[in-house]
Design a binder for this molecule. Sequence first.
Ligand code: ADP
Ligand code: MG
Length: 728
Amino acid sequence: MSNYRFKALEVTLTRQRKPLEIPTDKVSNYFGELTFNRSAMQEFLTREAYQKLIDVIEKSEIIDRKIADQIAAGMKSWAISKGATHYTHWFHPLTGATAEKHDAFIVPVEGGKAIENFQGGELIQQEPDASSFPSGGIRNTFEARGYTAWDPTSYAFIMERTLCIPTIFVSYTGEALDYKTPLLKSLSVLDKHATSVAKLFDRNVNKVFATLGWEQEYFLVDAALFKARPDLSLTGRTIFGHASAKDQQLSDHYFGTIHERVLNYMAELEYEAHRLGIPVKTRHNEVAPNQFELAPVYEETNISVDHNQLMMHLMEKIARKHDFQVLLHEKPFKGVNGSGKHNNWSIATDTGVNLLSPGKTTASNFRFLAFMVNILKAVESYSDVLRAHIASAGNDHRLGAHEAPPAIISVFIGKQLSATLDEIEKQTKKGKMDANGFNLNINIPKIPEILLDNTDRNRTSPFAFTGNKFEFRAVGSTANCASPMLALNTIVADQLKRFTSDVNELMKKNVRKDEAIFQVMKKYIKESKRIRFEGNNYGDEWIKEATKRKLNNIISTPQALKILVAKESIKLFEDNEVLSERELRARYEIQLENYTKKIQIESRVIGDLAKNHIIPIAIRYQNTLIENVKGLKDVLDQKTFVKLSRNQMQTIKEISEHVEEIKDQVAAMLEERKKANKIEDIEKQSLAYNQQVMPYLDLIRYHVDKLELMVDDELWPLPKYRELLFNK
Ligand code: ADP
Ligand code: MG
């Protein structure tokens, strides 16, 4: 008897280990060699074109056609020198993946020959016939007009012998159809308002940019085992599977020695990432078996987001070369930790100051605290907006599952900083100014050095201050970081704008600048108190406490997404010109539909597998038990038979009970799906999928997982958790 599971196990267990084939060069020798970075620009562009491109990157200047042609020519020569044959505009449509459509450089010329050609126009703008990308009704399919436009701030790069040009993707009428467009707008509005605030403290500041350092968690499973699990291939997660007798209870995987086969994968992944200029730095084993994490050094947010998208692509590609499948899903396995993507975020000035780094002087601490208080206030005002921007079907399994932050957004700032804010709140003294115009008697408390120490940490908070940056931990592992980042940038920008106006208001009444700043800070500290939580976010007490504080605990994606189109969100994004109401409504629709489809697929897959894989096997095994009992009856006297067949009979009955339950639940689920499919309102439909269809997944799973424990291992068709989680 052979089944897919055993074939897959055989392949896995007899795999030949491949030797690692990457150069042993110093990383600095090849770092960024596949990007059109500044040194490549210098080498391949005229001095005029180079200078112009730098101005475009640094000062957002507009490019004219002549220069565009020069840049395109230089980029083409560089790409061809690296072996590229094609070029593509590379963008982030709202499907969540990245998109490319390749065109060859060659154009035929007379005499049956061809030359390589690439014009400025092709660099700057393209019109992919992209009618199948989600647009949430903005772009009717018959119009089919969306275009991509070059984002010169993110270096072009080469992948698969193709020159990839990072672009935004917008509809013909100018609406964003991607993640990058609103991200860039949010960065620009944050720059504007953060610079105004930073200027209150230092007139030399002319630009503020957001920095992002993400930490990507993922699982690796052997490719053969992965292929033998249709649920993993079709939904990214296991919808069945009894827990392995041993999984993460001994915590022996976390930070453990990295297995050789995995290390080879990581080494090649890092090699390719480094060639693409992605500064990957950290790698380690995570909590769950076969779970890992990688993190680069932080970068400017737009670049970092591109790099994360590129990295997820590379992870899948390189995994295939190593006969692994990478699982980016937030919760591939029930009962063991899921995967997140911490977004470490800060803001820095063009004068080289990290605004979230406590300073050494009174003045720099004053500035630090002002930004800190504004961020607290921003999150307090817009916690639901943040929640909406991390919502996904996958992340629903993770948030609040006692391994990741709950769906309640709160902020952890640590004991020291809390004490500092409390102290400010209580101060009433007014006093004299020092030479720099700062009131010494306001007595900005000195921030203890210990803040920079990693000891004062709370790993359970969804949004935690970690010494010189915030760590947004509730982001899911498959997310495009642009989504949480554009939300965070916008709420902070909006808050800083209000801060400036509140301070100006007081100054108009002849309150001195520092006194005005201080008063507004005090007010914000009071107002934002409810968002601060230093305790254990995993505990049930916190849920009670949060209810008292009127903080929302939005546990499902359809409910979370609704905030996108709530009045406060529309006003926020329109006021700051990041997203229009029409764009928000489009995003809302797209994400709801995406959610509904995901649950629909999971529900179909569980139904199919239960009926075609599980039940027939359970019955086959039950038949052998029945044969066995019949045989016992033949050879034993009645009294002994009754005594010795008790447990067998019980198992036979239990199998039938589970099989019946599964059939009933699958049928009932199908009915609910039919009802849900008839609902035309997509909001109601997604709620029906969430509330009426989804619960059946767990009900069915319960019985299948029971059967897994009863049925002969020889017959069981799907690789088991112990096989998926422990094979390398
Ligand atoms: P962990 O959270 O796992 O303890 P670290 O605190 O060392 O790890 O850093 C995590 C991430 O934070 C890294 O990607 C790092 O580059 C990033 N990071 C550090 N400083 C900043 C900053 N100023 N802005 C954004 N990200 C930062
Ligand atoms: Mg972290």
